[in-house]
Design a protein around this ligand. Structure first.
Ligand code: CP
Length: 315
């Protein structure tokens, strides 16, 4: 493929190939030298129209560790503030001949639209409520490494499902890989029609957690709620916050995940988040660099192959 826009178009074998390549980067990644020349001579531009800590920094590190020239566009100080559109901004950057564009945008579908206008590889770093493919891939790698497999597991994704691109990408990936997925949360934060995506839906968190192998917690995305139902944090924590009593209902070896940023005491008890025997939250961050290295490495190989084919046609 030319771009990585979502999990939806990926076949299970392609997901496995990305995870296998990422695995080869996990150990290399713990050393501080430049590890590979997979992106040597290539330029990577990161355009984040929405705040990020983990995704932006790990894409930057991943590009540098693969030998790319990496530029972070500061969207706060760019001409977007003077009214320049997303497409005009992208076309301007495209004229500087980047090889890889990493884009996060608050509108669902904005990254797909941009990918149609540029002639480099585009990686979706999160678009609205639509998809966050590298997050689902790094979560999959974390699960596979911790549980020893990525199939026939029961995964409970809990919280604000309606506004979460992380939930959507994870649901699509986990169902493709033949896992049992439960979506758990208030009915008001559950999108309609999710049952058709091959998952089970629970409003009662205690029921939803019973026997789960993986418990994935999500943040309440108040910035996307535009006046809809927002439960009080106190009530929310009581009914849908992960505490020791609710976690005890999951499988005794269940792992706890959270994509971050985390609101301690709202969707998760801080002690559980910090419990290294249950929580793999820091592993998720670590896998993020390896997975992003693998995604960019594969797209760069495709780019080089396309350019090679075009050059040979020209003769
Ligand atoms: N998980 C995630 O996307 O985190 P950031 O918003 O910090 O990038």
């Amino acid at each position: 493929a030319r771009h990585l826009l979502g999990i939806e178009p990926l076949a299970p074998a392609e997901i496995t190939a990305i995870l296998d390549l990422a695995e080869t980067y996990v150990d290399l990644n713990r050393r501080t030298v430049k590890h590979s020349n997979a992106l040597e001579g290539m330029t990577q531009i990161n355009m984040f129209f929405e705040n990020s800590t983990r995704t932006q920094s790990s894409f930057e590190l991943a590009g540098k560790r693969l030998g790319a020239d990496v530029m972070n566009m500061s969207m706060q100080t760019s001409s977007v503030k003077k009214g320049e559109t997303l497409i005009d901004t992208a076309l301007t950057l495209n004229a500087m001949h980047p090889d890889l564009l990493v884009v996060r945008h608050p509108q669902s579908g904005a990254v797909d639209l941009l990918a149609q206008k540029v002639n480099c590889a585009v990686l979706n770093a999160g678009d609205g409520r639509h998809e966050h493919p590298t997050q689902a891939l790094l979560d999959a790698l974390t699960i596979r490494r911790t549980k020893g497999r990525l199939h026939r597991l029961t995964v409970a994704i809990c919280g604000d499902i309606a506004h979460s691109r992380v939930a959507r990408s994870n649901l699509i990936l986990l169902v493709k890989m033949e896992n049992r997925v439960r979506l758990v949360g208030p009915a008001t934060l559950m999108p309609s029609g999710v049952g058709e995506l091959g998952c089970e839906v629970y409003e009662d968190m205690r029921e939803g957690l019973k026997g789960a192998d993986v418990v994935m917690m999500l943040r309440l995305q108040k910035e996307r709620m535009d006046g809809g139902f927002i439960p009080s944090e106190r009530e929310y924590y009581h009914r849908w916050g992960l505490d020791a009593e609710k976690l005890a209902l999951a499988h005794p070896d269940a792992i706890v995940m959270h994509p971050g940023p985390m609101n301690r005491g709202v969707e998760i008890d801080g002690t559980i988040a910090d419990d290294i025997n249950r929580s793999v939250i820091q592993d998720q961050v670590e896998m993020g660099v390896a997975v992003r290295m693998a995604c960019m490495d594969l797209l760069a190989r495709n780019l080089r192959a396309q350019r090679g084919a075009m050059a040979s046609q020209a003769f």
